[in-house]
Design a protein around this ligand. Structure first.
Ligand SMILES: [Zn+2]
Length: 601
């Protein structure tokens, strides 16, 4: 048995004194100066004329890394402060100034990358290969290629300037409109007006009569404002498409695929394999409907909890920590000893108290080479899994720190690899250790819920976004038509398994309104299945897998996703085999669930 771990984190070891920290203030005024120097150095950087022209280039690479690390450090620290105490307005204010600095840095980086593009191809290649830069060549090449795919310097400057009141403006406008949404609900006999976020929570209320009423009011509220949302979405997408046209980009998937370093063929194969196994997940939804005593599930029933006689066991924080350490050790002693270190060094904020933000995250503290995890621990198996999830993120950061800093920036589609892997270990172990059949059913149902989310819910979002952008190319898409496209996408993704859908989902989901990242959906599904496939291999191969797994994590920021899978797993992601093996786990869960619930219906 371990000693008792603290429920609150230690932030003073990063900068002492919270948001009033002098150390932090000094660090931030330092970066302001360094950014000015970096800007000057980029402006003065002569385009290399021979492969020997490398010393200034190396200096710029180091300068860029140093500033980025310092700003990441400060941003992470401030995020921790404002999450742990929402009343810390000084932290919020300072966060604003750090983001201001980060955006200045990005502008300078863009100017720098523009110069990359001016170096002739052959010279560029020898500049990298003959000066020991091969190790970080992927990132440098990517920056150069991305720049080359864009327009001229003048065109890009105009696009940038217009984007502030263009899609960024529309994205902000979305938040403004959402904030005005009020939904009338009846709680304990009293009618109340709640916000969109509060209503969303009520949509997974255990009492079905509550859900039914809220769902109706919810749909109505979005419908009433549909004109505002359709204007917003049409203009945001219209701006994006105009930018694409200016850059001569035809395919709307090109940008999100590039952001995720993913091949279109991989994505297509992944979806194909998921579609092939849909009947299993439809059978799950039908069984869940039977357990609710209804014919078919409504949209709001899909993620609603099952209510059975037995509640899953609660874990004290120490029990949860011990459970995680024991289960991690079965897969990877290195991961277990790392997690132990994180508990002992107080990297985790888990206390259940007022004035904390909801949700959880893990953030990297690059200068101290540490991480911090934020969450609220309530003892349910779900929070043990969340804690494991965040520890998985921290482990990813930990192992990738051995790589050059330039190679530590991994994309969204592989960002959830280590976290999902860790979460799976815990979710599986909890199911295995369930004391009663009812407990096992509840835990399995929760686990399968993830598959439903990634294979059906996210699939619907992907289908909608693809079809909407195609339609938008032809002109404005009316609110009614948006409802139709959304409903059709949901029907297809859920294979008509539901009795009612949520046609206004395109207005209620923030993800469709993010300016910088289009298609904020498929990377989730990719990440989940990618991790399941790795988990499948780990189970099959046993203890020898640990080093292979770590080596894969270490390369997540240094190559394309296909190269990563080929190099470390010896698989071709464009072929179905790997995806089939990943699906096997998810399908197995459903089969077990159907077995266990057979005599309950
Ligand atoms: Zn995560």
């Amino acid at each position: 048995m371990s000693k008792n771990y603290a429920l609150i984190w230690d932030l003073d070891s990063i900068y002492s004194g919270g948001s009033g920290s002098e150390e932090l203030a000094t660090a931030l005024s330092e970066t302001t100066k360094e950014i000015a120097l970096f800007k000057q150095a980029v402006n003065n950087w002569p385009i290399p004329e021979s492969k020997e022209d490398v010393s200034e280039f190396l200096l710029l690479i180091n300068q860029n890394a140093d500033i980025t690390k310092q700003l990441m450090n400060a941003a992470a620290f401030l995020e921790c402060l404002s999450s742990a105490d929402t009343r810390d307005l000084k932290a919020v204010e300072l966060t604003g100034s750090v983001y201001q600095q980060l955006s200045e840095l990005e502008t300078i980086e863009n100017e720098w990358h523009e110069k990359f593009a001016l170096v002739p191809d052959a010279l560029w290649t020898s500049l990298l290969t003959e000066n020991g830069l091969s190790e970080i060549a992927f990132m440098l090449n990517e920056a150069r290629d991305n720049r080359k795919k864009k327009g001229t310097r003048e065109e890009e400057a105009v696009i940038n300037a217009l984007s502030v009141d263009g899609y960024r403006g529309w994205s902000d406008h979305y938040d403004t409109v959402v904030a005005t949404i009020r939904i009338p609900v009846v709680i304990d006999g009293v009618e109340k007006q709640v916000s969109a976020g509060q209503a969303l929570n009520l949509l997974s209320h255990p009492d079905r009569t509550v859900r039914v009423a809220v769902f109706e009011a919810y749909g109505k509220a979005w419908q009433e404002q549909s004109q505002l949302f359709s204007d917003t979405l049409n203009h945001l997408a219209g701006f994006r498409l105009a930018v694409y046209r200016a850059r001569k980009w035809d395919d709307v998937l090109a940008e999100p695929l590039a952001i995720n370093r993913l091949d279109e063929k991989t994505l297509a194969t992944m979806w194909e394999v998921i579609e092939k196994h849909k009947t299993t997940f439809v059978a799950f939804l039908n069984r869940k409907a039977q357990l609710f005593g209804i014919e078919k599930l409504s949209f709001h029933d899909v993620f609603a909890p099952l209510t059975l006689d037995s509640e899953p066991k609660k874990y004290t924080y120490q029990e949860g920590a011990d459970f995680i350490l024991t289960q991690f050790a079965k897969f990877s002693p290195k991961m277990a000893s790392f997690a132990k270190h994180a508990f002992e060094q107080q990297w985790i904020e888990a206390e259940d108290r007022d004035n904390k933000r909801p949700g959880g995250f893990c953030t990297d503290i690059p200068i101290e080479k540490e991480s911090r995890i934020f969450m609220t621990y309530d003892g349910a198996p779900g929070t043990v899994a969340t804690l494991a999830h965040e520890l998985g993120h921290a482990f990813h950061s930990h192992v990738i720190r051995e790589e050059p800093f330039e190679n530590t920036n991994y994309a969204m589609n592989v960002a959830e690899t280590a976290s999902t892997f860790a979460e799976m270990i815990i979710a599986d172990a909890s199911v295995k250790e369930a004391a009663t059949k009812e407990e096992k059913i509840i835990l399995l149902e929760d686990k399968i819920g993830r598959s439903i989310a990634f294979f059906m819910d996210i699939r619907a979002r992907f289908l909608f976004e693809t079809r909407f952008y195609e339609a938008r190319k032809e002109g404005i898409v009316s609110a009614d038509r948006l409802n139709e496209i959304m409903k059709e996408a949901q029907q297809e993704a859920y294979q008509n398994a539901l009795s009612e859908y949520h046609p206004q989902f395109w207005s209620s989901k923030l993800h469709f309104y993010i300016a910088d990242v289009p298609f904020y959906n498929f990377p989730y599904t990719f990440g989940y299945l990618f991790s399941l496939g790795i988990y499948h291999q780990a189970i099959a191969e046993g203890s020898g897998y640990e080093d292979k797994y770590i080596a894969l994590l270490q390369d997540t920021g240094a190559m394309t996703t296909e190269q990563l899978a080929q190099k470390h797993l010896n698989i071709d992601l464009t072929k179905p085999d790997f995806w089939e093996s990943a699906l096997e786990i998810a399908v197995g869960d459903v089969e077990e669930f159907l077995d266990l619930t057979n005599d309950l219906v």
